[in-house]
Design a protein around this ligand. Structure first.
Ligand SMILES: [Fe+2]
Ligand SMILES: [Fe+2]
Length: 144
């Protein structure tokens, strides 16, 4: 666990322009993901994180799959050149999330910080980094 990740998690995430990819359907889904992260964040601060683990992991796995499918559908529709790499990133994230979910079922719990780390990866490494790579491309295709 990196200190910076704990610090990031100590603050509630407020939606701001820096999260926006400028495409309404994707932004709405990203807002939903951030709301889910905040829900876990609240549980974490109120020492309810352990009770909420299975629920949040299930929610994240389900919603992330829906969201990734939406992005990939448009990528295929417009033949996005970065499709393979982006798809790989989606798969890697799903595998990690499903792995934690399986462990939480098998062992009854997983270390809460592993979930925090997963959520921060989704936010920092995916939404704010990998997703930004498609912004110009989709805008050129007229999406908004
Ligand atoms: Fe995304
Ligand atoms: Fe993505």
């Amino acid at each position: 666990m990196e200190i910076v990740e704990i610090r990031l998690f100590m603050q509630h995430m407020e939606w701001s322009q820096k999260f926006s990819v400028g495409i309404k359907e994707f932004d709405d889904q990203h807002k939903h993901l951030i709301a889910m992260i905040n829900k876990f964040h609240d549980a974490f601060r109120e020492h309810r994180a352990l009770d909420m683990q299975k629920y949040i992991l299930k929610e994240i796995v389900n919603y992330v799959k829906t969201h990734f499918e939406t992005e990939e559908k448009y990528m295929r529709m417009f033949s996005f050149p970065g499709y393979d790499d982006h798809h790989d990133e989606h798969e890697k994230f799903i595998q990690k999330a499903v792995g934690l979910q399986m462990n939480s079922v098998a062992f009854g719990f997983v270390p809460t910080l592993e979930i925090v780390k997963l959520l921060m990866q989704l936010l920092e490494d995916h939404l704010l980094t990998v997703d930004m790579n498609y912004v110009d491309f989709f805008h050129e295709k007229g999406m908004k």
